[in-house]
Ligand binder design. Sequence first.
Ligand SMILES: Cc1cc2nc3c(=O)[nH]c(=O)nc-3n(C[C@H](O)[C@H](O)[C@H](O)COP(=O)(O)OP(=O)(O)OC[C@H]3O[C@@H](n4cnc5c(N)ncnc54)[C@H](O)[C@@H]3O)c2cc1C
Length: 321
Amino acid sequence: MDHYEVTVIGAGLAGITAARRLIKQGRTNILLADKGKSVGGRLATRRVANGKADHGAQFFTVRTEELEEEVRDWLSKGWIKEWFGDHYPRYTAIDGMNGLAKHLAGDIQTSLHTKVVKMIETDGGYRLYSEDGSEWQSDKVLMTMPVPQIVELLKNSPVNVSAPTLKQLKSIVFEPTYVGIYHFQQSTNLPENGHVDQNLPEGVERIVDHKKKGISDDTIVSVYMTGDWSRKYYGEDYVMSLIKEKVESYFDWDVMESEQLKRWRYAQARDVLEESCIDVLGDGRLVVAGDAFLRPNDEAGRTRFESAYLSGRDAAAYLSW
Ligand SMILES: Cc1cc2nc3c(=O)[nH]c(=O)nc-3n(C[C@H](O)[C@H](O)[C@H](O)COP(=O)(O)OP(=O)(O)OC[C@H]3O[C@@H](n4cnc5c(N)ncnc54)[C@H](O)[C@@H]3O)c2cc1C
């Protein structure tokens, strides 16, 4: 049976960052496991015709020295660029946010299409079971999925999590988000940088033209709905037409080529935890992290790219031998 020093569950930014840091600290036997077909999680980019759209995170801001240092490196490697904004510049990936995740994951040992469904405590750590029937052993486990998915995995595993810790995790509610994705034959009238987040109709959080953003050859536009709106209409089959109605006046629909809908069940946490990671059993072998785990002094106070990065980084330091 395969055996790893650490299994990181979730290859989003938190998991990738943790795995990178563990490797930097000299660990060689790390597995990054994700249920998806690609690394990146909510750093997601979709191909549409001859273009693409970021349908998860659009950009990120930087408030800490740790991320600032990385940003200098990513800029020098040509992986990211400054998109807009003065006080806190908005950085975005040159080739789509998922491309940045792929760069960061590099050659970390990764197992995709691997949904971890159960963990059993053993003498030397944990035995992990995936949905497709594979199992392996790991000395330590770091879970970086959205908190409700962490709670689900803990519930399916005979792991003795204390009631207060479970209660703390269960209190974190994630909002869904709907994203409408549209391919137009012609350019839009959106501003030059392709980004609008002001004076939008109620329920619309942001509109992005990815050609103007600089990552797409074709005009691909995404419309991000707010958490409240997405929760209200979650699962309804007429969501697509409702979104179009909302932004009707922004586009010439006669030149629309195609439309798609992306539904995120867990997009952004409504509440956050004021710890950048939690040691579930207190023995340093089962740790949880991710974007909802914020440093106590976090300036922004909300889940985002940077909170995922810092949480992954802090979890790796915590797991160090
Ligand atoms: C629509 C949208 C727009 C956003 N816009 C912005 C923005 O503009 N700026 C910003 O800073 N942030 C934004 N965010 C938030 C940002 O994307 C996230 O905070 C960050 O990417 C979260 O990273 P993470 O690693 O914590 O989680 P995720 O990226 O969610 O990674 C978790 C991973 O765990 C995997 N997983 C789940 N369960 C299992 C399991 N049982 N077994 C194996 N794998 C599993 C998932 O497949 C996923 O890849 C946005 C998010 C969304 C959805």
